[in-house]
Design a protein around this ligand. Structure first.
Ligand code: 13P
Ligand code: SF4
Length: 333
């Protein structure tokens, strides 16, 4: 087949008609074996993609798997910064992203030139950036963190060292409170986690008095203030499995409910409602990936993530620092 690279760049994915009678699950399994490929999926992907993945996890778990795999091809069912992270950590592998337009509002909130200027204005600050940022921002940062290890990463820095935390102001404010630091916060946010309505959550809590509110730290302070538990997607999942309650209001992207329901089939999980009647608690970027795009991407090995080697090495420095600290404190092994 003749692959038109310009069309892929315009559309973000390879747009070909797929025979509706094709068993995509079986086809994807066949292609994985044939090509020695692995599918890594984030918890916010649609259920079919999570089911066909070799590994489903949070940003830290996915980065670790991307680093360790001996597969020749990694299909990253997630968003662009995650696939870029896989390339940074494992440059000899072919990294595929089913839809190149699967971006991230949080990563977009830190444009490179503005960030450079901010860094120059604060030359004595150590820069800790949340993994939800571009490779450019990673290269400008000293240490990367995820929602699973952020607290430990910050605690590893001497208390008298000034820190800039970027790009998520909500996660940054939460971490300032937890660690007693006064980090300078970049003014970025995730559109999905900022959409939850405090008023509607409060009403839901009244209607379901037994339900616990569990929230991702990308949520706004007012939502976090009434949460029973706050954690990364993996931490929320583990908490919902081990905790004794039977009902949960879940303040993060709805994709995670698939795993929660599978791990605890007898429990009830209610997605926290957004401020209006849209499905805004679905990440529009994560949901650009579909089983069909995953199949064509694996079959034709495109779209592929490529990266300038100087940029990759710059970004790898801050990623390596995160991995080292995480290993030292026993968060990954
Ligand atoms: P984690 O899965 O690492 O908690 O991150 C959530 C998120 O927003 C990913 O885009
Ligand atoms: Fe980015 Fe938010 Fe979507 Fe995660 S949920 S990919 S932070 S826009």
């Amino acid at each position: 087949m003749n692959i038109d690279k310009n069309t892929i760049l315009q559309k973000g994915f390879l747009d070909i008609e797929i025979d509706p009678r094709l068993d995509l699950f079986a086809e994807i399994e066949r292609l994985k074996k044939e090509k020695n490929a692995v599918i890594l999926a984030h918890y916010y992907q649609e259920p079919d993609i999570q089911d066909v993945a070799d590994y489903t996890g949070d940003s830290l778990g996915l980065a670790q798997k991307a680093k360790q795999t001996d597969a020749d091809i990694i299909v990253f069912a997630g968003v662009h910064f995650m696939a870029e992270t896989a390339k940074i950590l494992n440059p000899t592998k072919k990294i595929l992203l089913p839809d190149l337009k699967a971006g991230c509002s949080l990563a977009d909130s830190a444009p490179t030139e503005l960030f450079k200027a901010y860094k120059e204005k604060n030359p004595n600050h150590l820069i800790i950036s949340y993994i939800n940022c571009t490779a450019d921002i990673k290269a400008l940062s000293d240490i990367i963190c995820t929602s699973s290890n952020a607290e430990k990463i910050i605690e590893s820095v001497p208390r008298d060292r000034p820190i800039i935390f970027a790009p998520d102001r909500n996660l940054g404010a939460y971490l300032n409170k937890k660690t007693g630091r006064n980090m300078l916060l970049w003014n970025g946010a995730c559109m999905v986690h900022e959409i939850f309505s405090l008023e509607k959550i409060t009403k839901l809590k009244i209607r379901h008095p037994q339900a616990k509110l569990i929230a991702h730290p990308e949520c706004e302070e007012a939502v976090l203030a009434i949460a029973d538990y706050i954690g990364s997607t993996t931490q929320l999942l583990q908490y919902s499995e081990k905790d004794s309650a039977t009902q949960y209001i879940v303040a993060t992207e709805t994709g995670i409910l698939h795993q929660m329901q599978q791990k605890s089939p007898k429990k009830t999980f209610i997605p926290a409602p957004p401020t209006n009647s849209c499905a805004c608690n679905d990440c529009p970027y994560m949901k650009l990936n579909t089983l069909e795009k995953l199949y064509t991407c694996l079959q034709y090995e495109t779209p592929e993530i490529t990266m300038d080697e100087t940029l990759r090495l710059g970004a790898k420095r801050s990623m390596d620092r995160m991995m080292e600290i995480s290993e030292a404190v026993g968060l990954i092994g």
